[in-house]
Design a protein around this ligand. Structure first.
Ligand code: 5AD
Ligand code: FES
Length: 351
């Protein structure tokens, strides 16, 4: 592209904050070009199964935080989870994401059993866990049981900011340790952050990008912060569409090979948010496979889209939207082009 030089911090800060539509458009175009070089026009599908909304943590932004007495809690049984996988498989998904709060009921034994059960039925599928911070040994166990990917957003790479978003028992150092351990074990790792959280500055976002360059994750989840009424940040303003798109594009330019989802949160703040995300360099979508009965309850933020839709509706709705914008739905496992560690022990690495 040539015109966009991101070698200096000042240049990145400029693009983080620019409100010049022409500059933003150039940024998106450059990101699209890099995305095409790396992944063509394919958009990878992952089926998201939100299997528990119990959480022991109290993150100030999150609707399923422990302290939210208004949250109606649920946990799916192994049978329900396997049923979601079966539905997903029938709809063509080859990649399942098991996401939940940090739910102590799901001990390492129970998570291991769940992963083993899915792996037995689906030997070739990608199994992704997104269940927060655990000990390295636990991550190793899940990996041996057949999990091959792990999503754990770092949320913010600035220590002071991290402490403004989380209670003192949570720390950025531990979050980062988890991410490096996961990468080291051999998982394909997803980090990421929210755009527009309270107290976030452009410098925080720059640190996010610099941290991502250091970690070199296989995937980066970026979505706008959206207030949830029952949380301490319930009446704060949310993140903007434009800034989220700029952060997606910058991430694509700085980490060309990473997988970049156009998130549900982005689709929530704008009806075409996900499409615009794809046009700013994103190349993954994660439609919901959770049972319709519990979807509304996995309320990290207010007004979440697709909570009234069946898995099949989202699958085909997303396919249509993607095609309308000139992209190609791709149902394979969709492995990242970022290299991953060769596991030190026998596990279930990606091919
Ligand atoms: N708005 C947007 N995203 C949120 N998340 C949690 N709460 C919110 C919110 N209020 C994101 C966090 C978490 C991911 C699962 O959802 O980044 O890592
Ligand atoms: Fe869920 Fe469109 S993606 S209905």
């Amino acid at each position: 592209m040539g015109i966009i030089d991101l070698s200096r911090d000042a240049a990145i800060l400029h693009y983080i904050t620019t409100d010049d539509p022409a500059e933003a458009a150039a940024l998106y175009a450059a990101a699209r070009e890099v995305r095409e070089e790396q992944y063509g026009r394919d958009v990878y599908f992952r089926g998201l199964i939100e299997f528990t909304n119990y959480c022991k943590n109290d993150c100030y932004y999150c609707g399923i935080r422990h302290g939210n007495r208004n949250a109606e809690r649920y946990r799916l049984t192994t049978e329900q989870i396997l049923y979601c996988c079966q539905m997903g498989d029938m709809l063509g998904y080859r990649s399942f994401v098991l996401q939940g709060g940090e739910d102590p009921w799901f001990t390492d034994d129970r998570i291991t059993e769940m992963v083993e059960a899915i792996r037995r039925k689906y030997p070739e599928h990608a199994i992704t866990l997104s269940i927060g911070e655990r000990k390295r040994e636990s991550y190793e166990r899940f990996f041996r049981a057949g999990a091959n990917r792990y999503l754990l957003r770092h949320e913010t790479a600035n220590d002071e900011h991290y402490r403004k978003l989380h209670p003192a028992v949570l720390s950025l150092v531990e979050r980062k340790d988890c991410l490096f351990a996961l990468r080291d074990i051999g998982y394909q790792v997803g980090a990421g952050f929210m755009v527009g959280t309270p107290y976030q500055t452009p410098e925080c976002l720059l640190e996010d990008l610099r941290f991502l360059e250091e970690l070199d994750p296989h995937m980066v989840g970026i979505g706008p912060f959206i207030p949830q009424g029952d949380t301490p940040f319930g009446s704060r303003p949310g993140g903007s569409l434009e800034q989220t798109l700029r952060m997606l594009a910058l991430t694509r330019l700085l980490l060309p090979k990473t997988l970049l989802p156009a998130t549900t949160a982005l689709g929530t703040i704008n009806p075409l948010g996900r499409e615009l995300g794809l046009l700013a360099g994103a190349n993954v979508v994660m439609p919901n496979l959770s049972p319709k009965a519990v979807r509304k309850l996995y309320a990290l933020y207010d007004n979440k889209i697709c909570t009234g839709d069946e898995a099949a509706e989202c699958r085909f709705c997303m396919e249509g939207r993607i095609r309308d914008y000139g992209f190609i739905p791709e149902m394979s496992r969709g492995d990242s082009r970022v290299e991953f560690a060769v596991p030190a022990f026998k596990g279930s690495p990606d091919p």
